[in-house]
Design a binder for this molecule. Structure first.
Ligand SMILES: NC(=O)c1ccc[n+]([C@@H]2O[C@H](COP(=O)([O-])OP(=O)(O)OC[C@H]3O[C@@H](n4cnc5c(N)ncnc54)[C@H](OP(=O)(O)O)[C@@H]3O)[C@@H](O)[C@H]2O)c1
Length: 304
């Protein structure tokens, strides 16, 4: 049971739908909507209150791509939370490859750097007490159906992981789906590493699977958007992707189902939907503790 849960990126897509589903779970008394835009957050809260009939939603302003904002949010959070859902992110907007003041790409900052800082600041302040769930992606082990290759690292050294953080690994690319998979791969490695450091907390990486009805593709280039949205429609029709409710149910499952082992990365066993399985069975590098710790060390080069 989790009494209180903080969800990042809770005003739209999977974050908002999971807030709705979690509000209906026994024992959940408070849900913090971690959002970067106050107006969008207020609108989401009104909709969630109307749809669930519950007034248990609080807004916590946080831009996960900005470490100052992350630290301020942790300081502002009025009480410890038992659960954390690291959901904000996606393909990172039109300027996904631009650098932040911390020296990482925007897409890296929103998907991973901010969540690493958030988790560690919460733990330091004793404001996270039970379970942390990260929104992974099948892209982390490659998705043939979407033309996404498995991350192909040469050495998996700290330097090589750091080049993923800074974007150097990818050279000049205008395609946000190129860095997306390797960043989600690094996130799963980091989650395994931190799970070993904190055996008292459950760390679960769970992919929502290919989910329609979110706003994720809206930030891609018009051509890529057209291709991806068209592909999703055909794939939904073919039963190869699923609806928003199903994607968010995976978060709920990841938070409450104790059969998932801490540090594990769970996602579709094959393709992008259907039964969930341990992704290390498909991509053994995920289980390599040296790679996990190298990814963790590389990320910390950018957290001052
Ligand atoms: N949809 C899928 O098929 C799929 C599959 C696998 C994994 N995922 C993962 O699931 C998560 C949610 O995806 P989604 O499809 O629901 O995306 P979405 O509909 O685009 O929603 C993304 C949410 O994240 C927020 N966000 C983005 N950058 C942020 C930042 N810097 N600080 C705070 N909030 C930020 C957005 O807020 P604004 O409204 O302010 O932009 C929005 O609320 C992502 O991590 C994604 O990588 C999605």
């Amino acid at each position: 049971m989790l009494k209180s849960i903080l969800i990042t990126g809770a005003n739209a897509g999977l974050g908002k739908e999971s807030a709705k589903q979690l509000a209906q779970q026994d024992g959940v008394e408070k849900i913090y909507l971690g959002c970067r835009n106050l107006e969008k957050a207020k609108l989401a809260r009104r909709e969630l209150e109307r749809e669930t009939g519950k007034s248990i939603f609080e807004i916590l302003l946080i831009d996960v791509s900005d470490l100052d904002s992350v630290r301020e949010a942790v300081a502002t959070l009025p009480e410890p939370v038992e659960g954390l859902v690291m959901n904000a992110g996606g393909t990172g907007g039109k300027k996904f490859h631009d650098k932040t003041k911390d020296g990482v790409t925007q897409i890296f900052a929103a998907n991973l750097l901010g969540h690493v800082a958030l988790t560690e600041e919460l733990l330091k302040a004793k404001k996270l007490t039970k379970t942390a769930l990260y929104a992974g992606s099948e892209a982390a082990r490659g998705v043939k159906e979407m033309g996404m290759k498995r991350p192909d690292l040469k050495t998996s050294s700290v330097d090589e992981f750091a080049s993923i953080c800074s974007g150097v690994f990818f050279g000049k690319t205008s395609d946000a789906t190129v860095p997306y998979g390797p960043i989600k791969y690094m996130a799963a490695l980091w989650m395994s590493s931190i799970a070993r450091q904190h055996p008292d907390i459950r760390f679960i990486t769970m992919s929502p699977g290919a989910t329609t009805g979110t706003e994720g593709f809206n930030t891609l280039s018009p051509v890529k958007q057209y291709v991806m949205k068209g592909m999703m429609k055909v794939m939904l029709w073919l039963g190869k992707v699923h609806k928003l409710e199903v994607g968010a149910e995976r978060y709920v499952d990841g938070l409450f189902n104790k059969s998932y082992k801490s540090g594990g990365f769970y996602a579709s066993q094959s393709g992008l939907t259907g039964p969930i399985g341990d992704q290390a069975m498909l991509f053994a590098d995920l289980d390599n503790e040296t790679f996990q710790d190298n990814a963790n060390e590389a990320i910390h080069r950018f957290i001052k």
